[in-house]
Design a protein. Sequence first.
Length: 493
Amino acid sequence: MRKILCFLLAMILVFSAGCSVSDEPEIIENEAVLGSDFESSKEEIEISPVPEESSSSEETSFDLSESSSMAESSSSSSSSKAESSSSSSSSSSSSSVASSESSSSEESSESSSSKEEEPPKVTVPSSGEETKAVWISYLEYQSILTGKTEKQFTNSIRTMFGNLANDGFNTVFAHVRSHSDAMYDSDIFPWSVYCTGTEGKDPGFDPLEIMVREAHNAGLKIEAWINPYRVKNSTDTSKIASSSPAYEWLGTGKVVIVDGTGIFYNPADEDVIELVVAGVEEIVRNYDVDGVHFDDYFYPTTAENFDKDYYNSYKSSGGGMKLGAWRRQNVNTLIKDVYSAIKAIDSSCRFGVSPAGNLETNYNNLYCDVYTWVTSKGYIDYICPQIYFGFNNKSRPYLEVLDEFSNIITNKDIELIVGLAAYKCGAEDTYAGADGKTEWLKNSDILSRQVMAAREDEHYGGFALYRYDSVYNPASSVKSAVKTEFDNLKKIM
């Protein structure tokens, strides 16, 4: 009888393993228009098995209308997307964590009850080095670059890079083009408004040249962080410098004003694709950057009229794709062309994308086809999803989201770098559900546990913290909590 029971148990385990969720989820196209208040916007979309969420990536949560100040309460808002609520409960995410810990404990006790607990296993990335990165945004530049002298900026960035190197980081994702502008000497884009306070005005020195030199002197790798389509956060075209490509294209379909959101290049336009690629080539040719990094700004809206003329032209010429598929192809063309351009100049220069932490939102709202990128060759070297959620987040528990992204990677050369929300330390996570709401208040080791969990993943390549000021210059109300959380993270770095 015992043998029969063991046999049946073994068959059940084998069957269960074979039924793990690894297939690409069936996506239902949603053409609803994204609102500007992404955190509070909730779409009722039935989709399986990708759970929906109520918050995602964070860049817009800190965006300014050129000069407005940041609000503490906005730090959990989304970047350019509406996030949906899910039926997933905080208790299920908690039990997921508990189950994992329990399983690990049982395995260790079976092998030897007297052994001390072993340190967490570190999966060595294919590159041979774990990426330990921090984003440095144009928001940081407002205090260290805007209106500063070359010496002042150099001293500030040297201090920042020194802090990162001393604390065990090895990579920075530094903004070099956030709004169709340049933090470097460009023949294509105007000088950024964040250099001098006036777009197009030469600061008299090259910030990127300084950052590359100082990063390498500190032993850090530096990747050029670019927003490919964003022109302005506001709809005020008077803020666009006359030397900008966007200025020349005003009034054409190449540049589109989205009410309540901002001004964007049209991803469907071939000239736009060529412009973005040329801008990347200029950086890789002229600066010794270690990589190029895109974040989650792709299509700014799902509204059909955004690129209606281009789509109608495509259809009239015999095209058969639906609007969503056609838009994803436009973005895929850009990603593929950028990858090819980089490798043609410097094969060692990496290219990665940091999409939102919701696959359905990426696919249907931003037309960002992560699935193709991580299953094919010639698109990216790494994917860095912004998994800005705690373990107890009601709709997007960290471990589930980590598994979602890991499960779709079939190209063994693609590394998974997890983007983590340092800005949430010590703060209330308003839209995370009853248990998740206070998780970042009650715990001081969330980031370290998230890194340790990610290290167990077969595709793991590293982690990145959003963003520098959240770690090194936090608000006074969370300063103590951030220090404790960061001290715990450094112990495992």
